[in-house]
Design a protein around this ligand. Structure first.
Ligand SMILES: *Cc1c(COP(=O)(O)O)cnc(C)c1O
Ligand SMILES: [Zn+2]
Length: 484
């Protein structure tokens, strides 16, 4: 019988190197292969045993578990057996992450875009971005390690375009005890809202001149020399947690992912890695019959993955790019650390579902901003990266890449409020030149003052109310009826 009990299954996890294929045990927290330096992915040696249950078993189990009352099973660990089935219930840290809503585009928006689609709002995670999914898993693993090894001091560090540090600081603040948090940010390259988050969580916030890629090189250098727990997406435990995005998407569609196109913004490429790996797992388990098509989206100001796949297959060479100012600032990365993971998984993905099942599209900064504003004028709460996905869908429709019978799921990776300064710049048509964004007046909005402050002087409250109402009525072209 299926129950809400904490699962009894335990896997045997190991790191697989995507460079030399070596396998390494999980006793130590590894970021790269000790043999060849390449990136890793976590796998479960017992996964083949899970296949024997059949897809329907897993569908039913995950559906029953969607109503679980145990905090440890309410978030990303609803999918415990295919996430990190080595953690004990007491180690699992749950702050309300995951289980984010899939919100269908309204009829007006669907009409405008020409396709049926939905946003999955990962801005509704506790620190308002999808990074919480990965942190919940990485911190649960850390808590297990602290308990097992009796460590008395764990310093977590990460470089960040803003949201990784917000999530890391939040989970570290909750975990407390021996776990401390340091975050490294590119000075002036995160939004004030994002900066306020690790500060509010009490993390030590260190700023460096430069862009994210510079901070990333510094933390990697540091992690290779000092005992720190690196929380960037090189940490494969984060990738595992982020796979829940794919699991939830499939579940919200009642496990029917044929004719589905999933749009994901690509920065450091951890998110698209997790999405590819997650859907591949569900497909291996026969939980879904068909792999959805995956579209990775990049801005023309930070597009190394796009450039790689745009080249003819025989001429593909990965080259980091120098990024320029981007409103999709959380994805403004020129040398994505997870690129080798994407390359390996995309190959597997295309082998199962064909060339068209994995594509990378490029969009303009202008289209990203207009994607965000258009989405939000139709009842969504998309961040700029969510806007990037809508821009990607529109580009895909224009290029004939998405059929009328297909359904798109767009990842709004964070909440609109984190990126609201870009909306402000747009509304004031005040973008610095380097962004290359001009305001379209039809998308601009601004408050209108009904009074200049001095006008209120000398009016008593009744007169103020009457005068205000009459100005509003004039503004709206309302006619006053007697009495009312
Ligand atoms: C981190 C982040 C991204 C980019 O994800 P990667 O895993 O780095 O590709 C996109 N959007 C938001 C809001 C993010 O925080
Ligand atoms: Zn290796």
């Amino acid at each position: 019988m299926l129950t809400h009990a904490f699962p009894s299954y335990r896997g045997v996890m190991f790191y697989r190197c995507l460079g030399c294929g070596a396998e390494h045990g999980t006793e130590d927290l590894l970021y790269t292969c000790p043999r060849c330096g390449a990136v890793l992915l976590l796998e479960d040696r017992r996964f083949p045993e899970l296949l024997e249950k059949g897809g329907a078993y897993w569908q039913d189990l995950f559906d029953v578990r969607a109503a679980a009352k145990r905090p440890a099973l309410r978030g990303i660990f609803r999918f415990y057996e295919i996430t990190a089935p080595v953690l004990e219930e007491e180690d699992i840290l749950y702050l309300g992450e995951g289980n984010t809503p899939l919100i269908e585009a309204s009829p007006d928006l669907r009409c405008l875009v020409g396709r049926a689609f939905a946003f999955k709002n990962d801005g509704q995670n506790p620190s308002a971005s999808f990074k919480d999914r990965g942190m919940a898993c990485a911190f649960s693993y850390l808590r297990a390690a602290v308990r097992q090894h009796g460590w008395d001091d764990v310093l977590t560090v990460c470089a960040s375009t803003g949201d990784t540090s917000a999530a890391a600081a939040l989970y570290a603040a909750y975990a407390g005890g021996v776990i401390r948090s340091v975050v490294l940010l590119p000075q002036g390259k995160v939004t004030p809202q994002q900066l306020s988050q690790p500060l509010g969580s009490g993390a030590l916030v260190l700023e460096l001149p430069g862009v994210f890629d510079d901070c990333m090189r510094v933390v990697e250098f540091l992690a290779a020399r000092c005992r720190v727990a690196l929380l960037n997406s090189k940490n494969s435990w984060r990738i595992l947690g982020q796979e829940s995005y794919a699991f939830e998407t499939a579940q919200a569609l009642d496990w029917k992912t044929d004719k589905v196109c999933v749009f994901v913004p690509v920065g450091n490429a951890g998110n698209i890695t997790a999405v590819l790996h997650g859907f591949l797992k569900l497909h291996d388990l026969a939980v879904i019959d068909a792999l959805p098509r995956i579209f990775g989206i990049q801005s023309h100001h930070a597009d190394p993955v796009y450039r790689y796949y745009a080249a003819p297959e025989t001429e593909r060479v990965f080259r980091p790019v120098e990024v320029t100012a981007s409103v999709a600032q959380a994805a403004m990365i020129g040398n994505p650390v997870s690129f080798p993971r994407v390359r390996a998984l995309a190959e597997r993905y295309r082998a199962v579902a064909g060339e068209r099942a994995f594509q990378i599209l490029q969009v303009t900064e202008q289209a990203v901003m207009e994607g965000m504003l258009t989405a939000n004028r139709h009842g969504h709460t998309a961040c700029t990266q969510g806007g990037e996905c809508l821009a990607g869908l529109r580009a895909a429709v224009a290029a004939g890449l998405v059929g009328e019978d297909e359904y798109a799921v767009l990842d709004s990776t964070a909440h609109a409020l984190k990126f609201i300064d870009f909306q402000n710049l747009y509304f004031a048509d005040a973008f610095p030149r380097e962004y290359g964004v001009k305001a379209d007046p039809s998308l601009v909005n601004a408050p209108e003052a009904l009074f200049i402050p001095e006008e209120r002087e000398g009016l008593d409250d009744d007169a103020f109310v009457r005068e205000s109402a009459s100005r509003i009525a004039r503004r709206l072209g309302l006619t006053e009826t007697d009495g009312g």
